[in-house]
Design a protein around this ligand. Structure first.
Ligand SMILES: Cc1cc2nc3c(=O)[nH]c(=O)nc-3n(C[C@H](O)[C@H](O)[C@H](O)COP(=O)(O)O)c2cc1C
Length: 411
């Protein structure tokens, strides 16, 4: 039997039916008050029928005044418990566990928002239009740790099977870990051990709030791919520490908005598609038992099976293929296809919609939004449209963000 079809038991006792994980994809489908919508339920029910062993939601914010993107779902208390319960229930008929990814954007908050961004240190993101964040006080840090635990408790009450802390891609947890964004000299920064304290406290607080059978995982950067930044060595030390603290799964990714390694094939080859797999193999040496997922670049059965067989990872994370081919795992596991068709070109490094502008950063944004459009189509009961032209994506991107800005102006 292919390893892809074998179940995986996590430290908390939860059993995942197979090795495919739908990685977090920010859906931008929350309603005006940041509650989940029926469209989200339809999208997740579609994925549940698509053969996944674990489904992770897009990032849900723990503070409605600190959003990452327009349309984020946010949880501060149980005011939206009914809608959250329906969302959690959307994968139950198919028997697929669902985890909620929980996040605070820190200095990476939506630049179109009106609120003051916060961060470990007053160092702005090096992208056009970024605001200077305010340095968090120790009391504000404590409040954010508590908010992570509250969101996890509400997720558990709603019926989610676990949470995943977003510790990657330059958001607040990653900001605390990186020496480039955390230059504090108190107990929250200064040494790798102190920079790690924020994430360890979040994990402990969540664990003390939820049942022992509720899964708690994290998405972690292998590095932030910037000179003087969070390195592979430091990332490995964090893995070892989190494994000791009883984390249920570590999903490995990398990069941030400043250096978006998570979306691009840095050193992939045709056979070794997944670009963080080599790092994962080195993690295995120092943390042999922790369940590891690797996300970024997986497109063919050969590469997926080789990754599992080598023991370098325990779960195969899929991001963009989940948007274009909602039943990708069923197709691969059922041997209907060897390679996810829509991505044949991407294995050699080309983006699905290709080059749109002359600016790499703008093309990256359009690529993200093009995949978000596909999620909205599936949420509306339509199939993905792989021929969707980039101009249509530009229109929907402006519409999604523009209506949010107008709404904020009116309130
Ligand atoms: C539209 C879109 C939204 C995303 N939203 C999130 C998110 O909310 N949280 C997260 O951890 N990663 C997010 N990602 C990154 C993916 O989870 C994944 O790491 C990345 O797409 C690389 O994997 P892939 O090559 O399989 O697409 C997003 C990616 C896309 C394309």
């Amino acid at each position: 039997m292919s390893m892809l079809n074998s179940p995986l038991t996590l430290p908390c006792g939860q059993v995942l039916p197979n090795r495919f994980m739908k990685s977090a994809l920010s859906e931008a489908m929350g309603d005006r008050s940041h509650a989940p919508t029926p469209e989200l339920e339809r999208l997740f029910a579609t994925w549940a029928d698509g053969g996944y062993g674990l489904i992770v939601t897009g990032n849900v914010m723990i503070d409605r005044n600190q959003l990452g993107e327009s349309g984020n779902v946010a949880i501060e208390d149980d005011r939206d418990l009914e809608a959250l319960t329906r969302w959690a229930g959307s994968t139950r008929t198919a028997g697929v566990p669902i985890w909620m990814q929980i996040n605070h954007p820190g200095r990476q908050s939506n630049p179109l928002g009106r609120t003051q961004p916060v961060a470990p240190s007053p160092i702005a993101l090096k992208v056009p239009g970024a605001k200077m964040p305010a340095e968090l006080t120790p009391a504000q840090i404590e409040d954010i740790i508590e908010r992570f635990a509250t969101a996890a408790a509400v997720a558990e009450r709603a019926g989610f099977d676990g949470v995943q802390i977003h510790g990657a891609h330059g958001y607040l947890v990653a900001q605390f870990l990186s020496p480039l964004s955390n230059q504090r000299e108190d107990e929250w920064g200064g040494t790798p051990e102190k920079r790690m304290r924020f994430v360890v406290e979040i994990l402990r607080r969540i664990r003390s709030t939820v049942a022992p059978t509720f899964a708690v995982g994290i998405k972690l950067n292998s590095a932030d791919f910037q000179r003087g930044g969070f390195s592979h060595e430091e990332s490995r030390d964090v893995v070892v520490r989190l494994a000791k603290e009883g984390i249920d799964m570590i999903e490995i990714s990398g990069g941030s908005y400043e250096a978006p390694a998570m979306m691009g094939a840095r050193d992939s080859t045709v056979l070794r598609e997944a670009y963080f797999l080599e790092y994962a193999a080195t993690v295995r040496e120092v943390a042999p038992d922790v369940p590891l997922a690797v996300t970024g670049g997986f497109r063919s059965r050969l590469a997926m099976e080789a990754a599992l067989d080598s023991g370098d990872c325990s779960m195969i994370g899929l991001g963009r293929p989940a948007a274009t081919t909602p039943d990708a795992p069923a197709q691969i596991r059922g041997e209907v296809v060897d390679t996810l068709d829509s991505y044949r070109r991407q294995i050699t490094g080309a983006a699905l919609i290709g080059k749109v502008t002359n600016t790499k950063a703008l093309d990256g944004l359009i690529d993200l939004q093009w995949h978000t459009d596909q999620l909205h189509r599936v949420g509306a009961g339509k199939p993905p449209d792989l021929k969707r032209p980039s101009w249509k994506t530009t229109v929907s991107m402006v519409r999604r963000n523009g209506s949010d800005v107008l709404r904020r102006k009116r309130t």
